[in-house]
Unconditional design. Structure first.
Lengths: 231, 369
């Protein structure tokens, strides 16, 4: 039994989704993680709690509110309609937005930990040597926090591949648009196509194992700070 | 304070800073000083006296609520101006080396060179590397270096941005005694090889007397005295550390060498001393430290004593020592000062009073630089 064309399409879609989400999250989570790592503000607690909410909430709760927000009467929906983009639910970009919310803590926290571990001193030392803020970020913070960024990338990608509930609620199951691997497996099982469900599930187990193996091997090799995440 | 822009060779600093240190009570830094814009100025005081805060304010790493700072005619801060740290031409050596762990020693040096916006002389890198003695460790990463080596690389790195002011925050404090003595000669070479004004924070008297020309004494966030090192360290009214380390400092000139007895005669303002000859020292000026506990007083000049150095002087002050048995006597010899640490009993036995002329016996004196 090999993969059908439809199965391969879902795998490609899943990879496209996870890649898009990971790239966008790295760009957005880095300033947030930077702020959380260095602020003395009173807002640090509440913001940290909000970032961590997807860790504890059922995906259906997030899915429900995102569906309302992105719908024709929701705030995001009104905004996307005003831009002439229509509404996001049951589209690829709707999935991207939902996945970003869902995977946010998995990307923010490793980066935040890594930046906190660097501390103030190397940044101050760079300033006294004439490096401006942006220079300091790219030449001191980024290289020193690299293990944290690696962890964030791996976890963000893997977690997006592994989601189901929020995808089903926001995306449904539209071939080549929102039907990702986890949804395809669900459809196979519903249709009693156990053989196909086996193959896809096997692929997922293999993929997840390899990703986690890579993560922990990498963590063991570089016993660097900010790396012991995901245990 | 009016900042006289264009007034060269002087650092004018006024800072007011007040913040609650984590566990401790409220801390206030409040000072207004003028420091020579050349040579080595020591900032001396007990821990918690605000030395590091002052240095961080000068570097712009700490934003004081109200402050004014000009360095050799360049305005770095006042009510409307705050030049950010990376635009101030300064070098900063932290207590811990604070090298970039992801770069080699050479990588750390290059980091400074790249960001130095002055046209650096090509021989500067070579000179800095040789003065700091780090030729053999340039390809190593900070984790592979010893504490002393790391600190030497850090000092070299700070020099390569060609700073107009070098700030050193207890650069030896994190090192053990052996390493400390390993680095002190490099700091002396740094002082004589590069013409950069240095502010050197320390609570170690022996480092200051070896390196500094000028000193600022701090206590609880305030400056309580400042002046030449020789003058300050012969004063009895300042908290200058543990009492058995108290001693006067004399800047001397070598006037005669006695090859037969391996001695040399040095002259200071007001008198002369015989000291063991130092062969390897080229310079003819020597800084000599005379510990108060090595000085004794007699009412008449003895010729039957083994003590070689006997001077005539006047008692200018007598104060109580931290130890209830002891007193500290300040003596004037010509225009220089010496300190003697005596027991209360001897003081009474000899009937010593202020203004009295006295013979001063110096048992030993150490050449500190």
């Amino acid at each position: 039994m090999s993969l059908s064309d439809a199965d391969i399409a879902t795998i490609l879609l899943t990879l496209r989704l996870a890649t898009t989400v990971t790239i966008l999250l790295l760009i957005m989570a880095t300033p947030l993680a930077w702020w959380l790592a260095r602020t003395q503000s009173w807002f640090k607690g509440p913001i940290s709690a909000i970032v961590a909410l997807p860790l504890v909430l059922p995906p259906t709760v997030l899915g429900f509110y995102l569906l309302l927000a992105m719908g024709p009467n929701g705030a995001i929906g009104q905004f996307t309609q005003a831009l002439g983009l229509g509404t996001l639910p049951f589209t690829f970009w709707g999935l991207v937005v939902a996945s970003m919310v869902y995977s946010l803590p998995f990307v923010v926290q490793p980066i935040q930990n890594a930046i906190e571990a660097i501390g103030n001193r190397p940044i101050e030392a760079a300033a006294t040597l004439g490096a401006g803020p942006i220079d300091r970020f790219f030449t001191v913070v980024l290289p020193l926090a690299k293990p944290g960024f690696m962890t964030a990338t791996i976890l963000g990608f893997a977690h997006t591949v592994g989601e189901f509930g929020i995808v089903l609620m926001i995306g449904g199951s539209i071939p080549s648009e929102t039907r990702v691997v986890s949804v395809q497996i669900y459809d196979h099982v519903e249709a009693l196509e156990y053989a196909q469900a086996h193959v896809l599930s096997g692929v997922m187990i293999g993929f997840s194992f390899l990703v986690l193996l890579a993560l922990y091997t990498f963590q063991r090799k570089r016993k660097a700070v900010g790396m012991t995440y995901g245990r | 304070m009016v900042v006289k822009t264009g007034s060269l060779k002087v650092i004018q600093a006024r800072f007011q800073l007040s913040y609650a240190k984590q566990a401790k009570a409220h801390f206030n830094l409040d000072l207004d000083i003028e420091i020579p814009g050349q040579g080595v100025t020591a900032i001396f005081g007990a821990s918690g006296s605000g030395k590091t805060s002052l240095l961080r304010c000068i570097a712009g790493l700490e934003k004081s609520t109200s402050g004014c700072l000009s360095v050799n005619g360049e305005l770095w801060q006042d009510t409307s101006v705050f030049v950010p740290t990376h635009k101030r031409s300064l070098g900063y050596v932290f207590q811990e080396a604070s090298l970039f762990e992801h770069l080699t020693a050479m990588g750390n040096l290059r980091y400074a060179i790249k960001r130095n916006n002055q046209t650096a002389k090509p021989e500067l890198l070579e000179q800095v590397i040789s003065v700091m003695g780090i030729e053999s460790i340039l390809s190593q990463y900070p984790q592979q270096l010893s504490g002393g080596e790391r600190q030497r690389v850090a000092i070299a790195r700070s020099l390569l941005s060609q700073p107009k002011l070098l700030l050193m925050d207890e650069p030896l404090a994190s090192l053990d005694n052996t390493r400390k003595h390993e680095i002190l000669p490099y700091l002396e070479r740094l002082r004589s090889s590069f013409n950069i004004p240095i502010l050197y924070v320390s609570h170690a008297v022996d480092e200051i007397v070896r390196l500094a020309d000028h000193a600022v004494i701090m206590q609880q966030g305030k400056v309580i005295a400042q002046g030449g090192v020789t003058e300050l360290f012969s004063r009895t009214d300042l908290p200058l550390g543990v009492s058995n380390e108290v001693g006067a400092i004399l800047d001397c000139k070598v006037v005669e060498k006695d090859e037969q007895w391996h001695l040399m005669r040095v002259a200071f303002e007001g008198g002369e001393l015989w000291l063991p000859n130092v062969e390897n020292k080229q310079n003819t000026t020597q800084r000599v430290r005379v510990l108060a506990s090595d000085v004794s007083l007699t009412l008449s000049a003895h010729s039957d004593s083994s003590i070689l150095n006997v001077l005539s002087g006047e008692i200018v002050d007598i104060i109580n020592d931290q130890n209830p048995a002891m007193t500290l006597v300040r003596l004037k010899v010509g225009s220089s000062y010496l300190l003697a640490r005596l027991t209360h009993k001897s003081l009474q036995k000899l009937g010593l009073v202020t203004g009295q002329n006295i013979w001063i016996q110096i048992k030993s004196a150490a050449i500190v630089r």
